[in-house]
Design a binder for this molecule. Structure first.
Ligand code: SAM
Length: 283
């Protein structure tokens, strides 16, 4: 493929590092919430950015979407009602709906334009949007969670942007209190929690806030994600009830998920903590 000799670059001042893809911009718009750009890259397919930060590419999104959904779903004893907060590209919703035990999956995305652009540029991520179990709701996840009926959700997946702008309120005790109220007694939450290498302070603050809100225990899982700062990303799981996580890793059920990255060994390995994170989380 021959493209203009232009590059997309996301530079992180705090770490003096940057990630670039050879690409040409094919769309840009300012919504009431944020700036969205679509780039056609030379080797990663399409790239969506929000406020200059990489969100999703055709080539590597499977890593993030599989790891934000399957480890938590297979750690919950019986996830029937699932809510995705954010996640407007629909990739997490798609993975959630691969689980036959899920009876309803609601995606609560503040910015409808993210989803409409994904339907156009990432149609493969949206191929389960018409599943009868799926609901696409466009509105603020913070308010949605406040209004959610008590004890109505098994798993909340927070697939948000970084903790600035509209996503800031999704990281913190006040929001976690609303999540706890909306979850059933054995309910769980999983939230994208940035890079273990670059954002240890944020991760430890998140785990503390989850426990302060009343979650009985928290776990970190980690996975590669080439387009995000440092190339290494994480999710944090918070459980209402103490006790070992379920391990629903039946080989036939795992095969049926038709994943590219996730399997039983990856599931177990993802929860293994490097020593520096063990120390940071006092685990
Ligand atoms: N995988 C990405 C990452 O970690 O950078 C996140 C992708 S997803 C596109 C993030 C979505 O969260 C965005 O579409 C954004 O509009 C949405 N979002 C941010 N704040 C939100 C809020 N308060 N309620 C609902 N959705 C929100």
């Amino acid at each position: 493929m021959t493209l203009d000799r232009s590059w997309f670059t996301e530079a992180v001042d705090a770490t003096g590092s940057a990630f670039s893809l050879k690409a040409e911009k094919v769309h840009e718009e300012r919504t009431p919430f944020q700036s969205i750009e679509i780039w056609k890259t030379e080797t990663f397919g399409y790239l969506m950015t929000i406020d200059g930060c990489t969100m999703v590419t055709t080539r590597d999104n499977f890593l993030y979407h599989e790891m934000m959904s399957h480890p938590a779903l297979n750690s919950h004893p019986n996830p029937r009602n699932v809510v995705v907060v954010g996640g407007g590209d629909c990739g997490t919703l798609r993975e959630v709906l691969k689980h036959p035990e899920v009876e309803s999956a609601t995606q609560v995305e503040i910015d409808e334009r993210v989803t409409r652009l994904s339907e156009q540029y990432f149609p493969e991520l949206c191929d389960k949007n018409n599943d009868p179990r799926a609901t696409l709701f466009f509105g603020d996840g913070i308010q949605w969670m406040k209004d959610a009926p008590e004890g109505s959700i098994d798993l909340i997946i927070i697939d948000s942007t970084d903790p600035v702008g509209p996503a800031e309120g999704l990281f913190g005790k006040r929001f976690y209190l609303d999540c706890i109220r909306a979850l059933r007694a054995d309910g769980m939450l999983v939230q994208q929690s940035e890079s273990p290498l670059l954002h240890q302070d944020l991760i430890t603050e998140m785990h503390q806030a989850m426990r302060d809100a009343g979650f009985a225990q928290t776990h970190l899982l980690h996975f590669p994600q080439p387009i995000y700062p440092s190339g290494w990303w994480s999710g944090s799981i918070a459980c209402k009830q103490a006790g070992a996580l379920a391990e629903r890793l039946d080989p036939a059920a795992l095969d049926a998920l038709d994943t590219q990255y996730y399997n039983a060994e990856i599931h177990r390995g993802a929860f293994a903590l490097p020593n520096f994170m063990r120390r940071a989380l006092k685990a």
